[in-house]
Design a protein around this ligand. Sequence first.
Ligand code: NAP
Length: 239
Amino acid sequence: MKKVLITGASCGIGAACAKAFAEKGYSLCLNYNIHKDSAQALAENLTNTYGIDAKAYKCDVSDSSQVKKMFSETGAADVLINNAGISQQKLFTDITDEDWRRMTGVNLDGVFYCSKEASKEMIKKKSGSIINISSMWGQVGASCEVHYSAAKAGVIGLTKALAKELGPSNIRVNCIAPGVIDTDMMSGFDAETKNSLIDETPLFRLGTPEDIAKAVVFLADENSFITGQVLGVNGGFII
Ligand code: NAP
């Protein structure tokens, strides 16, 4: 049975990915930082529904020592989904040093720490797949989200470079750049703002976590000749 470790799997896109991999018979390590109850309930539900092994594991991905402990305690993963992320809207001049460090710590350092630990075992096995969840704002930049955009652009650069380095070890590294996806991350946006985002989307709707999960499973498991790519799943918001 193949194993996937999904960071930030307590809700939203990560939880949808967990369900999609459970449907494929993977065993699951579901990382969370704060929402223990949701992560554990999801693990139990997927175990009961699909007869797979699913466990929730607490770890702040911005802390390298916690990441090392998570990988040493949960063992090697065949697939790593670097999904954990935070967002924040602020004028550039209001972003504090602390805001910057937290944003890049979770969204970029976390991808570095988890990929480093996962790839050690993948290199030994000469097999593996890493999917990084970036954002369309990492591709084109978002006003009032400079720290978020910078971190997500960093994830795209990391993906491309790591794909070149790990390809000879038969490890693929790809990236998904979601558009506007209806999750808790969007809960700070009022209906009017959401409607204006829908208006800007050629497919005229917000994305769902399942839209992203399907793309993740495709890149991780269903094609073995794609690496170093950034797949936009954004309804045409940016083309
Ligand atoms: P979400 O519903 O807010 O979920 C975020 C997840 O990340 C939660 O499971 C959260 O777990 C986890 N997380 C946050 N900080 C963490 C940390 N330090 N360590 C470990 N886990 C942590 O957001 P989402 O929309 O599903 O976002 C998932 C990913 O997609 C993020 O990387 C986000 O930037 C990206 N994305 C989202 C959108 C969108 O429109 N929603 C668009 C583009 C990209 P706890 O709550 O348990 O801490």
